[in-house]
Design a protein around this ligand. Structure first.
Ligand code: ASP
Ligand code: MG
Length: 400
């Protein structure tokens, strides 16, 4: 099996020893283990801050060399602690583990996992401890996989090695029916499908990095998200099981990291949306929800949401296109938030949308945008209403 330990799980020396003890226990139970570690605590944030203090435009290559260092500290420390528990272990950087990536620094994608040295270490009876979050590019430079990228390292290794399970250890006991800080009665979900987990991760569930879930689904790697503080069983993320009774709604998620842009009065003719969204794509802006109204008098409004971080760039792009598109105005709004319902059973149960809208309506919460997939309904609301919306929906669908 592959075990991944996140930043809080290895936050200090005591935590690292606790993890070592658990790895030793896993070995005594007869499992072959490969461990992937994150940087200790807030190390990555500290390194990013340092980079900003020495330069306003750090070179992407040096930036990755720097921020990948956090994981390289944890890996050998864990090996030392493991030795004290009588377990022989060997640490490896992402590069040594043969994690080959694309060349885009800070958001490189894994192309291949060679893993020769990991297999050799396993064959020698050792526990390989791999520094997460990093790889080596086809240009032979150190790259990183994006924030939270150690999850992806773990899933990629599990797929390459044919592990039976990939355990993701964190500071919560699993995936919940809503954020327990907002809904105290939220329940831990014993099992969710890859599809549900993808929607949860994409709409604000902060437990797993989205890309790691995509990777797990593609390579059919079963995940077990669990706590390294209580060690109790957590949430299994796996293929949808047709014999399982499907809950209509599994979880309520929310996300307040997006903003909204509206381009109003655009002529309703072919090619206008294409021009706008190509220009946004060219600036690497990842647009999320898009709403276009029916036209009246030959013009229409287009609204879309996007990460707040990209708002300034998007407004600049839209302003620049206003004359060319013949639009009458561009407005932006960073006071929005999104609340989403996720559940595989939605596919076959009518009325979920109606109940959602009735619940929000009864609470006097105005819906500004709506989008759906087969197993998700999302509404954009005012940011100050979102926590209330999550609580009401959680109880309306009896998720407690
Ligand atoms: N240390 C990196 C981060 O904080 C990667 C990880 O923790 O997965 O983003
Ligand atoms: Mg982390």
């Amino acid at each position: 099996m592959v075990q991944k330990y996140g930043g809080t799980s290895v936050g200090d020396a005591d935590r690292i020893r606790a993890v070592a003890e658990h790895v030793a226990r896993t070995r005594r139970d007869g499992h072959e283990v490969v461990v992937v570690v994150s940087a200790m605590g807030k190390t990555t944030d500290d390194l990013i801050r340092l980079a900003g203090e020495v330069s306003s435009t750090p070179s992407p290559r040096e930036y990755d060399m720097l921020v990948s260092a956090g994981e390289r500290v944890t890996a050998p420390l864990l090996c030392m602690a493991l030795a004290d528990f009588g377990v022989s272990a060997a640490s490896f950087t992402g590069s040594q583990a043969g994690i080959i990536t694309t060349t885009e620094h800070s958001r490189a994608k894994i192309i291949e996992v060679k893993g020769d040295r990991i297999r050799e270490a396993l064959a020698q009876g050792k526990v390989p401890v791999v520094a997460g979050f990093q790889g080596v590019s086809t240009d032979r430079d150190v790259t990183t996989l994006g924030r939270g990228g150690s999850d992806t390292t773990a899933v990629a290794l599990a797929a390459a090695l044919g592990a039976s399970i990939c355990e993701i250890y964190t500071d919560v006991t699993g995936v919940f029916s809503a954020d327990p800080r907002i809904v105290p009665t939220a329940r831990r979900l014993p099992k969710v499908s890859f599809d549900e987990m993808l929607e949860i991760a994409a709409t604000g569930g902060r437990v797993l990095m989205l890309r790691s879930v995509e990777f797990a689904r593609r390579h059919r790697v079963t995940l077990h998200v669990r706590s390294s503080f209580t060690w109790e069983p957590g949430t299994i993320v796996t293929e949808e099981d047709s014999t399982m009774e499907q809950a209509v709604v599994t979880a309520v998620t929310h996300d307040a990291t997006e903003a909204k842009v509206t381009v109003s009065g655009v002529p309703d003719r072919p090619g206008v949306a294409a021009r706008l969204f190509r220009a946004l794509a060219d600036r690497a802006i990842n647009v999320d929800m898009i709403v276009q109204n029916i036209s009246s008098h030959g013009t229409t409004d287009i609204s879309f949401t996007l990460p707040k971080l990209d708002l300034a760039t998007a407004v600049e792009v839209c302003n620049g296109l206003q004359d060319e598109l013949g639009a009458s105005g561009v407005t932006s709004d960073d006071g929005i938030a999104r609340v989403s319902l996720i559940g595989a059973g939605m596919k076959t149960h009518p009325g979920v949308t109606a109940t959602m809208f009735e619940t929000l309506g009864a609470d006097g919460i105005n819906i500004e945008m709506i989008s759906t997939s087969t197993i998700r309904i999302s509404c954009v609301v005012r940011a100050e209403d979102v926590e209330r919306a999550v609580r009401s929906l959680h109880s309306a669908f009896e998720l407690e």
